[in-house]
Design a protein around this ligand. Structure first.
Ligand code: SAH
Length: 214
């Protein structure tokens, strides 16, 4: 399979044609081999316009959603980023291309191990992984310039708001199962400014400050 052709097509038809802009951002999507993050049997759909199963009942988001969330973070290359929900590690790879340092938390050890191994093979060396409940954040490394949560909960976990730097941005799907609003939060002069981006559906953020049970 010619993955490079499929990848170019994905960027053109799913990202650029839907209004995703930014040279560095688009380059990251052209560079990162998405098929390496997809289970063997689903690789044929690695560049398709929908989410895919990655094991443990979890999913890798559709490319457009990964791009949309990343775009909202306005990364310049200097940021310290916290990601909750490493999953396949694909979003982590994109973040690692566009920021200085990425700290990524995943509750399933099997997924975190796989993601870490693919990213190590790709030579990414600005990422640290942790297995555990990301709804409590990563206190020792706080504050963060940017926080991205790729799992949904009715409220943004309070520890994540605390661990967001002044002037920082957080993006997360907020809402009930099967119906959420992708929400951007900016911390400006100590106040939180919230912007609705679009309706979306993500797997639940299972944890102390998220949803208590799956
Ligand atoms: N960004 C991922 C999408 C993963 S789906 C990708 O590109 O593949 C969301 C992930 O969040 C799942 O892997 C799920 O296990 C994880 N997750 C859910 N609740 C979590 C929590 N409290 N802490 C850390 N990870 C969590």
């Amino acid at each position: 399979m010619d993955y490079e052709t499929l990848r170019n097509k994905m960027v053109q038809e799913q990202l650029i044609s839907r209004g995703i802009q930014g040279e560095a951002l688009l380059q990251a999507f052209l560079r990162i081999p998405r098929h390496l993050f997809i289970p063997e049997t689903l690789k044929i759909n690695a560049y398709s316009d929908f989410p895919l199963a990655i094991g443990e009942g979890q999913t890798i988001s559709q490319p457009y959603i990964v791009a949309l969330m990343t775009k909202q973070l306005d990364l310049t290359g200097n940021e310290k980023v916290l990601e909750i929900g490493s999953g396949s590690g694909y979003q982590t790879a994109i973040l690692s291309e566009l920021s200085k340092q990425v700290f990524s938390i995943e509750r399933f050890e099997s997924l975190a191990k796989k993601a870490a191994s693919v990213l190590a093979d790709l030579g990414r060396n600005n990422i640290q992984f942790r297995v555990g409940d990301g709804s409590v954040g990563w206190q020792e490394e706080a504050p963060f310039d940017r926080i991205i949560v790729t799992a949904a909960s009715p409220k943004v976990p309070a520890p994540l708001i605390e661990q967001l730097k002044e002037g920082g941005k957080l993006i997360m799907p907020v809402g009930e199962s099967y119906s959420q609003m992708l929400t951007k939060i900016e911390k400006i002069n100590g106040k939180l400014i919230s912007t609705d981006i679009c309706a979306c559906v993500f797997v639940p953020l299972v944890g102390k400050f998220g949803i208590k049970k799956e």
